[in-house]
Design a protein around this ligand. Structure first.
Ligand code: SAM
Ligand code: SF4
Length: 335
């Protein structure tokens, strides 16, 4: 291996600084959302996924390299045994300013307080429908009531911010965007609408046919709410507005209609330990191999991570009307 680079920051070929790591702690999930997974999924064998200790070690390396924000996600992160212990350990890493999580909320009813006490500052919760039947159809196995209880538990647990994530599909839930914003306003939380991304083969619908753009959503909302543009961004793909008359923010994540790659500040660690440099490309580095070949060697791991920055692609090239070129599903990606 070449000499260890002196830079202690993660900067790619295009001058973008990586300060944000998303970590998928499992590819498994108790839901089977139609846009995320096929109904019949094969999950990774346990020996192939990173141990909690390995995840903690890799996260420490990233923080030492200037990462200030880590999002724990999956699959469904709360189905991973021992995840609370991991969160507590991550919450104690010096220099990590923001520990946040994305969850489907099915287990938040009983875990929200512990998660908050472990140091998780904010949570994103997936909620695509307020209709019991539609929710069931989209998630295939989920119960709306349990998720709504999870959201209330999160509100009581005192997170700094709670945000709903809703993937909107034409003729599936596009007629609910106004109700979903009203739900966010009533509960004093934020909401982001996400355009579906062509990740992995799915069997429920044609992604091109069901594409519903952020502009269409904005148009639907404009008859009911005044959305005031916000200048502050998270450095991420969301473009935010505030609903006039309240604190609720409405975000739009538009991988098709508004490319956001120029400001990309993030990389992803998959459950099997692959460092993904871009959501929409396969460029990656096998960090599990590095960690298992050099147990406890922080210098070697940091060197590998710094070198990986040289293969971070400039941008994604999603095309919703074509078969996916990215064969991994979102649950295996760390969305
Ligand atoms: N299970 C957790 C959840 O659903 O919040 C965390 C993992 S999930 C993969 C993270 C986010 O990715 C969710 O908000 C989900 O709606 C979104 N997602 C999954 N598949 C997607 C796709 N093909 N296109 C766009 N967003 C997707
Ligand atoms: Fe599970 Fe989240 Fe994927 Fe739905 S979107 S199947 S909850 S990982």
């Amino acid at each position: 291996m070449s000499e260890i680079p002196s830079s202690n920051q993660l900067i790619d070929r295009f001058g973008r600084k990586v300060t944000y790591l998303r970590v998928s702690v499992t590819d498994r999930c108790d839901f089977r959302c139609q846009y995320c997974m096929a109904e019949d999924m094969t999950f990774l064998p346990r020996a192939q996924i990173l141990t909690l200790e390995e995840i903690h070690f890799i996260c420490r390396a990233f923080v030492e390299l200037g990462v200030v924000k880590i999002r724990i996600t999956g699959g469904e992160p709360l189905v991973r045994n021992g995840v609370l212990g991991l969160l507590r350990q991550l919450g104690r890493i010096d220099g990590l300013n923001e520990l946040v999580m994305t969850t489907n909320a099915s287990k938040l009813g009983r875990m929200a307080t512990d998660i908050r006490q472990a140091g998780v500052k904010r949570v994103n919760i997936s909620l695509d429908s307020l209709s019991k039947e539609k929710f069931r159809k989209i998630t295939r196995t989920g119960h709306l009531e349990t998720v709504l209880q999870g959201i209330q538990a999160a509100r009581q647990a005192g997170f700094e911010r709670i945000k709903i994530n809703a993937v909107i599909l034409k003729n599936r839930n596009h007629d609910e965007v106004v109700d979903l914003v009203r739900f966010a306003v009533d509960n004093d939380i934020d909401i982001s609408f996400i355009e579906e991304m062509p990740l992995g083969m799915i069997d429920s619908h044609d992604r091109g046919e069901m594409y519903y753009s952020s502009d269409s959503i904005k148009h639907d909302l404009s008859a009911h709410f005044t959305l005031l543009p916000l200048l502050d961004t998270t450095g991420g793909p969301s473009v935010y507005f505030r609903v006039q008359g309240c604190e609720t923010r409405v975000g739009f994540i538009s991988p098709h209609s508004a490319n956001f790659c120029a400001s990309c500040n993030r990389v992803r660690l998959t459950a099997e330990g692959r460092l993904l440099l871009c959501l929409g490309n396969e460029h990656s580095l096998d960090l599990k191999r590095v960690v298992r070949a050099n147990p406890g060697d922080m210098a070697v791991l940091k060197h590998a991570i710094i070198e990986a920055m040289t293969i971070k692609p400039e941008r994604h090239e999603f095309n919703i009307n074509e078969q996916p070129v990215i064969m991994r599903h979102m649950n295996a990606t760390g969305g």
